[in-house]
Design a protein around this ligand. Structure first.
Ligand code: SAM
Length: 267
């Protein structure tokens, strides 16, 4: 079964999700880890609808620049609209596994919830290192979907739904191996911070409430979960919310590392 496609429908759905309070919190955490400085040139790999591009453009100022890169034309169209007033943002269609950028052209790279979709995530890290100058920084954020837990009165149905959701990407638990992959790609000073996204409210501003809708629409018709079963699962989540019994938690991980000043350069 195919994983999540970043088509028109998904692009618009994710753009709406990225406006909520929890998404704003996540971007703040990423930007704090990246520490962009005025004048820097930053690469956003898998830029999606361009929220990071626009926000980082403010941080680096007119003397700095941002290149946002994505494989999805609908995502790039949304990013172009979001960044139209930022002359220091350039958007490129391109693949994380073979970046259309010069060697050592960037001070920093950011890659949020992209590598978990790539069968060869390490190859993309090698590419990001190639794009960085010696001493350049990388920040990579991914979700450990194995930590996802929800409340449900129908455990077997919920397990079927979440098992089908695991097929939406290549690596349901990429954070387990991200530190070693970063080192294998030649990065040094690898650090990791875990962040819990949890809510007991069916509040549209939370990652949990936004995510259960995305899950229900993805799993319908996959892995033996029919559309009625997916709808019933989502209806239960809403009903739990109305009764004050909703619960959603998932752990997300922010990795940072540095391209060493000396040592082998990877082609
Ligand atoms: C979950 S979205 C994250 C978007 C953005 N990083 C953010 O957090 O706002 C994943 C993005 O990765 C992009 N993507 C998936 N595979 C890619 C690849 N091989 N190369 C570049 N981008 C890719 C998708 O098109 C999508 O925009």
């Amino acid at each position: 079964m195919s994983q999540l496609a970043f088509d028109d429908d998904t692009a618009q759905r994710l753009e709406a999700v990225y406006r909520i309070r929890d998404a704003v919190r996540r971007r703040r955490l990423v930007r704090e880890s990246l520490r962009a400085a005025p004048g820097e040139r930053i690469l956003d790999v898998g830029c999606g609808p361009g929220f990071y591009c626009a926000e980082l453009a403010e941080e680096v100022g007119r003397s700095g620049s941002i290149v946002g890169l994505d494989t999805s034309a609908p995502m790039l169209a949304l990013a172009a609209r979001r960044c139209e007033r930022h002359r220091n943002v350039e958007l490129r269609e391109g693949d994380a596994g073979s970046l259309p950028v010069e060697h050592g052209d960037f001070d920093a790279a950011v890659c949020v919830q992209v590598l978990e979709y790539l069968p060869d995530a390490t190859a993309a890290l090698v590419e990001m290192r190639r794009a960085l100058r010696p001493g350049g920084r990388v920040v990579v954020w991914d979700v450990d979907w194995a930590t996802l837990s929800v409340n449900s009165d129908d455990g077997p149905r919920s397990e079927r739904v979440l098992a089908a959701w695991d097929k939406h990407l290549a690596h349901p638990s990429l954070p387990h191996t991200l530190a070693s992959r970063l080192r294998a790609a030649g990065f040094a000073d690898v650090g990791m911070q875990g962040h819990l996204f949890a809510t007991a409210e069916f509040d549209p501003e939370t990652y949990g409430t936004a995510t259960v809708s995305v899950i229900a629409s993805f799993v319908a018709g996959r892995e033996g979960v029919g559309a009625p079963e997916a709808e019933a699962w989502l209806a239960e989540q809403r009903a739990l919310g109305e009764r004050g019994e909703f619960y959603f938690a998932v752990s997300q991980f922010c990795f940072n590392a540095v391209n060493p000043s000396s040592g082998s350069t990877t082609a």
